[in-house]
Design a protein around this ligand. Structure first.
Ligand code: NDP
Length: 479
């Protein structure tokens, strides 16, 4: 069995590790590796390394830092198959998804910020003939990056890349449920000769090493992606020290389907938006609102197609693999039972799936569709984060908008219509951070990404991320 190690001061090390956590392959239910359950001693060592490495890293300048980020991108691309296999083993996601989305995107994250930093400029404000102001944007120092299990390397690198590009050194903590690709990334950092201490990756539990990172006075900013409840704990812990915070949290994302949509394209789009990664993408649609006049035909076509989606061994040609853990599978099944108690009808799926053979101990659920629930139902208000969607008809654009905006979340929405004017009108009024028109997860890395209400604080992507990881300082010089 593999034993993973922390990456501290340029080395893979398990020094001072007093215990290890088990890492389970969710497609088989078997323990297949151990990871260090890191502690404050290790954090202090990592922070000392990061603190001493940061000035030289900053002094390398944008070209020097870009060189390393591009080399990391190249290494990730060159190790695509190994990384994708590790991501699938850790998360249970279909290997085709890990190969086509997770790992290529991790490489793109480094490549994108390697380039972006070379174009990052600060402001200058001229005060007539009185004075000139210019704004310095210096790195913050040592920053913390904490990421979840659903898109492990993709989301970890989405934070690390801008933090490093901007000249910070980083303490990163991947999810304890999906640590393998972060461990492999550490090896790639060593291979490319990334300067020691610039990036440190500590494995372990959120409420232990994660919390210690949040509370540590030498960590100047926290970029966090994860659940809303964890985000609240982090915000409360970081506030007394006035740390900079970027919180990308949960969602309960609506899809609005109008009668004038491109029917077939919308069916395919809704299926992708609902069930990619077993519905475990923060941006996944989970509440599908359909204009009454096409509700019966749309529902029928949707169900017909959903019933063809293959579920099972993620190493085979399936659309849905396993959920991340037994606990999570139970949580999702509990929501399906709750839907029935709340008066909903399961019109498709709704059950645990037990494959035969290698994956019989895995954590699978069939793609599930529920109808008959009102907007007030808990199943329509709370994030389930699994392959579960609800359907509801609407009669007017106003009603659709009220339903879409009717939760405490505000991450993403999709709108399916061929009416451009309606699209613009809705995009303006939807209470979310991201709107996709007749599409889903079409990402330009320059655009801001994040949510409103309980979906978070701040934005990632493009200049937003580089601004987050730098401190502006205005300098005013009279003429
Ligand atoms: P969690 O909030 O449980 O965990 C996220 C990370 O935070 C993990 O590394 C976790 O460690 C760590 N953590 C947990 N408690 C603390 C703490 N007290 N202090 C510091 N760190 C802590 O989320 P999940 O991993 O379950 O991820 C799923 C959630 O992430 C969903 O709600 C989803 O919507 C959200 N998400 C949001 C995205 C966005 O862009 N808005 C994108 C992707 C996911 P450990 O693993 O050890 O518990």
């Amino acid at each position: 069995m593999d034993t993973l190690a922390n990456y501290i001061n340029g080395q893979l090390t398990n020094e001072n590790t007093d215990n290890y956590l088990e890492n389970i392959n969710p497609a088989t239910g078997e323990v297949y590796s151990l990871l260090p359950n890191s502690n404050l001693n290790q954090l202090n060592t990592a922070i000392a390394a990061a603190t001493s490495a940061q000035p030289a890293w900053e002094a390398l300048g944008t070209e020097g830092r870009s060189y390393y980020l591009n080399r990391l991108a190249d290494k990730i691309a060159a190790n695509l198959d190994q990384l994708a296999a590790a991501e699938t083993e850790d998360t249970g996601k279909p290997i085709a998804l890990a190969t086509s989305l997770d790992i290529p995107r991790a490489a793109s994250n480094f490549r994108f910020f390697a380039q972006a930093i070379s174009q990052f400029a600060s402001e200058s404000h001229n005060m007539g003939n009185q004075a000139i102001n210019y704004t310095l944007r210096d790195p913050l120092g040592v920053v913390g990056c904490i990421s979840p299990w659903n898109l492990p390397l993709y989301l970890l690198t989405w934070k690390i890349a801008p933090a490093l590009a901007a000249g910070n050194s980083v303490i990163a903590k991947p999810s304890e449920l999906a640590p393998k690709t972060a461990y492999l990334l550490s090896q790639l950092c060593i291979d490319i000769g990334l300067p020691d201490g610039v990036l440190n990756i500590l494995h372990g539990q959120g409420n232990k090493i994660g919390q210690a990172i949040i509370e540590h006075p030498q960590i100047k900013a926290i970029s966090f992606t994860g659940g809303t409840k964890t985000g609240q704990i982090i915000a409360a812990s970081a506030a007394p020290q006035f740390k900079k915070l970027s919180l990308e949290l949960g969602g309960k994302n609506p899809a609005l389907v109008f009668a004038d949509c491109d029917f077939d394209k919308t069916i395919d789009g809704i299926i992708r938006a609902s069930f990619t990664n077993q519905g475990q993408v923060c941006m996944c649609s989970s509440r599908i609102y359909i204009e009454q006049s096409i509700y019966p035909s749309f529902k029928q076509a949707l169900l017909k197609k959903i019933q063809t989606l293959a579920v099972g061994d993620p190493l085979t040609d399936v659309i849905l693999g396993a959920l991340i853990s037994k606990d999570h599978q139970e949580k999702v099944l509990a929501y399906i039972r709750l839907a029935q108690q709340e008066g909903g009808t399961i019109v498709c799926g709704g059950t645990q799936y037990v494959p035969t053979g290698r994956c019989e101990g895995g954590f699978f659920i069939t793609p599930t569709v529920i109808e008959g629930l009102s907007i007030d139902a808990r199943v329509n208000q709370e994030e389930i984060f699994g392959p579960v969607i609800t359907l509801q008809p609407f009669n007017s654009e106003q009603e659709a908008l009220a339903l879409a905006n009717g939760t405490n979340y505000g991450l993403a929405a999709t709108v399916w219509t061929e009416n451009l004017t309606r699209m613009h009108r809705l995009a303006k009024q939807l209470d979310v951070g991201v709107v996709w028109a007749n599409s889903w997860m079409l990402r330009d890395l320059r655009t801001p990404l994040g949510g409103v209400k309980n979906s978070g604080l701040g934005r990632e992507g493009g200049w937003e991320a580089l601004r987050f990881f730098t401190e502006p300082k205005n300098v005013c010089i009279p003429y």
